[in-house]
Design a protein. Sequence first.
Length: 150
Amino acid sequence: MYRELLPQIAALIAGETDTVANMANVAAALQQSFHFFWTGFYVVKGENLVLAPFQGPVACTRIGYGKGVCGTAWKEARTIIVPDVEQFPGHIACNAASRSEIVVPLFRCGQVVAVLDIDSDTPDAFNAIDAAALEQIAVWLTTDATTTSK
Ligand code: SME
């Protein structure tokens, strides 16, 4: 599925320089292909991750540095796959239906500037293939072709 989807996402992003617009379409494209429970972005603003474009149910608006899966991915500056959210200490349950999760940081100049967060209502839904594909999308969203505006 990613083999078909990635070129489409690359084309979507290539035609637009606004990061929020690109995040919105990436969330929509991923959600339409995979029907995840929740797909979206949180953007670093000061001491918090703040809710950004997403697809799915309403979610927590702010997540602190080092808090939950998203805040941990920010702090550790790495992709985190959680096969069972109940086993992740400090997991933030925006919705009780979420069973597994992947969080991929977006970097600019070596700093985490946002995260892509995907929740599934089935356990163990994410693997290294998801991580690699989503990390590629994260790079496209922050390359020079796209704007630095927040
Ligand atoms: N579960 C996330 C919070 C964000 S929601 O899943 C959309 C976390 O623990 O960081």
